[in-house]
Design a protein around this ligand. Structure first.
Ligand code: FES
Length: 73
């Protein structure tokens, strides 16, 4: 029996979505975003302030983004 690897997305406190792959990221026309090959994860902006969307560029710190979203148990 093989075990499928699933994508894990971590909702960071006051920060981005951190996505652990493997996965593919595409735009609304199905064009593929190049992902860094040397990292275990990719951070996607959820604050709206990044100048490199859809990626997080750390701007959430500058705007003091506050979101401590937790899953309900
Ligand atoms: S979450 Fe980091 S720049 Fe938006």
């Amino acid at each position: 029996m093989t075990q499928e690897k699933i994508v894990k997305i971590v909702v960071r406190k006051n920060g981005p979505y951190r996505v652990y792959g493997p996965f593919q990221l595409v735009d609304y026309e199905d064009n593929v975003f190049q992902l860094p090959v040397d990292r275990e994860f990719v951070s996607l902006c959820r604050c709206g302030a990044s100048e490199n969307k859809p990626f997080c560029d750390g701007s959430h710190h500058k705007i003091n983004f506050q979101a401590d979203t937790k899953a309900t148990k």
